[in-house]
Design a protein around this ligand. Structure first.
Ligand SMILES: C[S@@+](CC[C@H](N)C(=O)[O-])C[C@H]1O[C@@H](n2cnc3c(N)ncnc32)[C@H](O)[C@@H]1O
Length: 302
């Protein structure tokens, strides 16, 4: 099965350079508020897609268990260093386009700052829908092509692509901005109902961020976030979508971690535990388990 290319963060210092030292306290705090507003306060099992170094994970602590999934093993190692190894966190290296989970598994899922690396967003969203249980809440953040800066630049003739059309724009290789309507259409086609939309980062302007105290920007952003129900012109948009149409009806019984997984290659479940790897009883592929990270990117070569 061929899948779209992955924007690989292996070895990246993204968390340090972009967040810790990148002057993005305002964006980070605005996201914390949005997540609090959108996510149920607790639940059984949450999937964090493209978890990176686990920046947002402490915001999901109301859930009994959190599965952190990322394609980059080094990002997961950073998350492990931050959050520790415990039964609460399951670390999974895998591709969003080939999720290694059984259908209907999760009560909730989040995908923050990840869709913008998806060359085939509907395909990725379909994978997410498949692993969500009935009534499951999915919080999706996407980068919005219909933002005010892009609109002005386009109207002034300083930008070739139109922010008003539905197709994604790839402004840098494997970095995409999406039209809010297109994202909503994809979610609805997959059977999600859109419960709420929040707009974020209204004040992502260098000068404002430099001269206005962050707390004030965050305060006003938190008020303006609600306008997302009517219009979306900010660079970042959060959507709360609920999965009403998952046919499996959700999995309410307690499963062991091993029972979460299916073979990402052939779909077989359960896999057989061989201590340092999981083996697929059907296609015989072996998936490494090392230092607390389940690795479903490529099977182990014999
Ligand atoms: C911009 S970072 C966001 C990290 C985190 N969500 C945050 O907001 O701090 C994007 C993350 O998505 C991951 N990613 C990109 N494409 C992926 C894919 N196809 N499957 C799994 N993870 C992917 C990258 O490895 C990276 O850690």
């Amino acid at each position: 099965m061929t899948t779209p290319p992955v924007c690989d963060y292996e070895g990246s210092d993204y968390q340090t350079s972009f967040w810790d030292q990148g002057g993005r306290e305002y964006e980070d705090r605005a996201e914390a508020i949005a997540l609090r507003r959108l996510l149920p306060p607790g639940g059984r099992l949450l999937l964090e897609l493209g978890a990176g170094a686990g920046r947002n994970t402490p915001r999901y602590l109301g859930f009994d268990r959190i599965v952190l999934l990322d394609y980059s093993r080094t990002q997961l190692e950073q998350a492990q260093a931050r959050l520790g190894k415990s039964d609460k966190y399951i670390y999974v290296a895998a591709d969003v386009y080939r999720l290694p989970f059984i259908d209907g598994l999760f009560d909730a899922a989040t995908m923050i700052r990840v869709l913008h690396h998806m060359a085939d967003a509907p395909k990725a969203l379909r994978q997410v829908r498949n692993v969500m249980g009935a009534d499951g809440t999915f919080i999706l953040e996407f980068a919005n092509k219909l933002n005010l800066k892009a609109i002005f630049r386009y109207l002034l003739g300083r930008q070739g692509w139109s922010p008003f059309t539905l197709e994604p724009v790839e402004f840098v290789k494997l970095n995409f901005d999406f039209h809010p309507k297109a994202v909503q259409n994809w979610l609805k086609e997959l059977g999600f109902s859109i419960e709420r939309i929040l707009t974020l980062s209204h004040f992502r302007i260098g000068l404002l961020k430099r001269f206005v105290p962050t707390g004030i920007l965050v305060f006003f952003d938190s008020i303006f976030q609600w306008t997302g129900a009517w219009w979306q012109y900010t660079p970042s948009v959060f959507v709360k979508a609920v999965n009403w149409e998952q046919a499996s009806g959700g999995l309410k019984q307690e499963l062991s971690v091993l029972e979460y997984f299916k073979c990402p290659s052939c779909g077989q479940s359960p896999l057989t535990d061989k201590n340092d790897h999981l083996e697929c009883p059907s296609c015989k592929k072996k998936w490494e388990v090392k230092d607390g990270i389940y690795d479903f990117r490529e099977p182990i070569k014999n």
